[in-house]
Design a protein around this ligand. Structure first.
Ligand code: PLP
Length: 387
């Protein structure tokens, strides 16, 4: 089937909620993907931070193959070893409490919102401008972006929005606050690390009133910033965190992970999901976990992130280079044009988060030579687009 035929089907039968690039991807391996004409692309986006292990990582493929022929689904009416082992690894690698599984980042945040409301009935949830927590109603209500929220009003009540500043956040937290929900680094709006001072203020404010501090690590977790979790670099430990994206090694899974204090808030019947933590995806996640928690890989993420940022800073036409680990962005005059030409002229997969911001989230297995190659190609593109 040709690309034109696929586009005709899309026009007739697919609800047009996405703007797709004019490329049909058919195969992926490591940092590379191929289109239907056999063209090879260097992927610097990882399916928006999903493929931290790279495309079709052999360990993930093997785990899926092995599990697919044995037991794919069990429901949470029964035990399976992959789900229990994954919960143990997630909890032991982070907050030490307990895990609720789901299928996506938005669902992980929905679970967190329900949990903190149950812990403090009727309590408000404080979020900051520029945040993105997902598209379902609770997660959307926590996502204070006019264009995303306005068409879907009325939203879930009880959210308070403040500027991402320590003083504003401290002032917004009171006895009736159930939680503060923050991304350590805002991703969807163009890679904006929240200052450690703000995170510390959020921790202190939550402690003052017995509210829960929840970190959305859907984008920042699973090694993306050079530690398994981004919070490890901030000096602030949240009461709960949410994970998804890279957690499943390319398959859909989400998780809410709590510390001790919130571990037993949900009781049977409070929350649930048919597919959540199924053995197939939990098996894939365990394989991905082994890869992404390797100290050597995490050190390489920190090192190559610096190399990428330094290289970008040297390129005329790129400004405001920022990020942590391999979560990187820069500003340029026309980001969508650059991203399109990157794809079609240089066979490089990037992402524009707005009119002037280019986001880069390469697979964490990327090499120094691939980073240098990408920098050379971006340099050519910047010269062409800003000429
Ligand atoms: N939270 C953050 C920080 C995200 O970046 C995203 C997705 O981009 C989400 C939540 C929503 O995740 P999902 O698309 O899996 O629902």
């Amino acid at each position: 089937m040709s690309l034109a035929e696929l586009q005709a089907i899309e026009a007739a039968h697919v609800i047009p909620s996405y703007a797709r690039m004019p490329v049909e991807l058919v195969r992926g391996a490591g940092t590379r993907v191929w289109d239907a004409d056999g063209n090879e692309y260097l992927d610097l986006l990882s399916g928006i931070s999903v493929l931290n292990v790279g495309h079709c990582h052999p360990a993930v493929v093997e785990a899926v193959r092995a599990q697919a022929g044995v037991l794919t689904h069990a429901t949470n009416l029964f035990y399976t070893a992959p789900a229990m082992r994954l919960a143990q690894r997630l909890a032991e690698s982070s907050l030490g409490g307990k895990v609720f599984f789901c299928n996506s980042g938005a669902e992980a945040n929905e679970a967190a919102l329900k949990l903190v409301r149950k812990a403090k009935p009727g309590g408000e949830v404080v979020v900051v401008h520029g945040a993105f927590h997902g598209r379902t109603y609770g997660a959307l209500s926590a996502t204070p972006q006019e264009s995303k929220q306005a068409p879907f009003a009325p939203l879930v009540p009880g959210f308070v929005v403040v500027a991402p500043e320590a003083a504003a956040l401290e002032a917004a937290v009171h006895e009736g606050t159930a939680a503060v929900l923050l991304e350590p680094i805002q991703s969807e709006t163009g890679i904006h690390p929240l200052p450690d001072e703000l995170l510390r203020a959020a921790r202190a404010a939550c402690d003052r009133v017995g509210a829960a501090l929840v970190f959305d690590e859907v984008a920042t977790g699973m090694g993306r910033t050079g530690t398994l979790w981004a919070y490890e670099q901030t000096g602030v430990v949240p009461d709960a965190l949410t994970s998804a994206k890279a957690l499943g090694g390319g398959l859909p899974i989400g998780a809410l992970v709590t510390g001790e204090r919130l571990a037993d808030v949900f009781q049977p019947g409070d929350h649930g999901s048919t597919f959540a933590g199924g053995p197939l995806v939990a098996g894939a996640a365990l394989a991905a976990f082994d890869v992404l928690s390797d100290p050597g890989l995490l050190a390489s993420v920190r090192e190559l992130g610096e190399r990428l940022r330094e290289g970008l800073r040297a390129l005329p036409g790129a400004s405001e280079v920022r990020g942590r680990g391999l979560m990187v962005a820069f500003d340029t005059d026309d980001a969508p044009a650059l991203v399109r030409r990157a794809l079609l002229d240089e066979r490089l997969i990037l992402n524009a988060t707005g009119p002037s911001t280019v986001r880069m989230l390469p697979p964490l297995i990327v090499t120094a030579a691939e980073i240098d190659d990408a920098l050379a190609r971006i340099g050519r593109l910047l010269a062409a687009v800003t000429a």
